[in-house]
Design a binder for this molecule. Sequence first.
Ligand SMILES: C[S@@+](CC[C@H](N)C(=O)[O-])C[C@H]1O[C@@H](n2cnc3c(N)ncnc32)[C@H](O)[C@@H]1O
Length: 239
Amino acid sequence: MVESYSKNANHNMRRPVVKEEIVELMRTRQAQNTGFLKELEDFARKENIPIIPHETTAYFRLLMQVLQPAAILEIGTAIGYSALLMAEHSPTSKITTIDRNEEMIGLAKENFAKYDRRHQIELLEGEAMDILPNLEDDSYDFVFMDSAKSKYIVFLPEVLKKVKVGGVVVLDDVFQGGDVARDIMDVRRGQRTIYRGLQRLFDATLDHPDVTASLVPMSDGLLMLRKNVETVCLDIEEN
Ligand SMILES: C[S@@+](CC[C@H](N)C(=O)[O-])C[C@H]1O[C@@H](n2cnc3c(N)ncnc32)[C@H](O)[C@@H]1O
């Protein structure tokens, strides 16, 4: 029994931002996982561990097969599902993935030992903001940010230093179950720090010439960014 996630965790994942019947179609009609990815997906669902949902799995399969990124950075490993999915569909990629939760690190290590058969994945243990500055600049082709949402805006300037020009950054869960489109007074108090962090993220990126940005209404919202210049200067407003 996994202890890190309660039954009530991840409630935004259960507030779809597109019509429920379309979510259902995307989850049932797109090719299902088989083998160890299915095993990990079933385990995560049973234990309420917030891995990417099926529609994002299908999208990442395609992205990986098309982009074949040489070097991938992931912030937020959990049990290693998305890292193993990327490894499976981009067999020549080297993947660096970061997590700070000891229980998740233990499970990810077990899963990588069993299923990372081409030894593509390196797990870095600790707080992302401590680890990121030690990674090499201009070295990643693809970054998947899937950690604490309020911190995206804090991590992003450091992440963008690590990405090559032309590289892609995908940030997961940026719609907060639709809250981001509402006035802050209509958002639950406990959700307002995330709300403010996501608004700062949108202000800094959506209309900035140093990156090309696209919001994709999939799962709880993806923000995709292409790094367009060597040094990206985001205007980040302090709270
Ligand atoms: C949504 S889960 C990742 C799911 C995984 N990407 C997947 O789809 O299989 C988020 C993970 O990010 C980790 N995390 C959150 N904030 C972090 C931080 N500041 N530094 C390192 N890890 C963090 C959590 O411990 C958790 O395991």
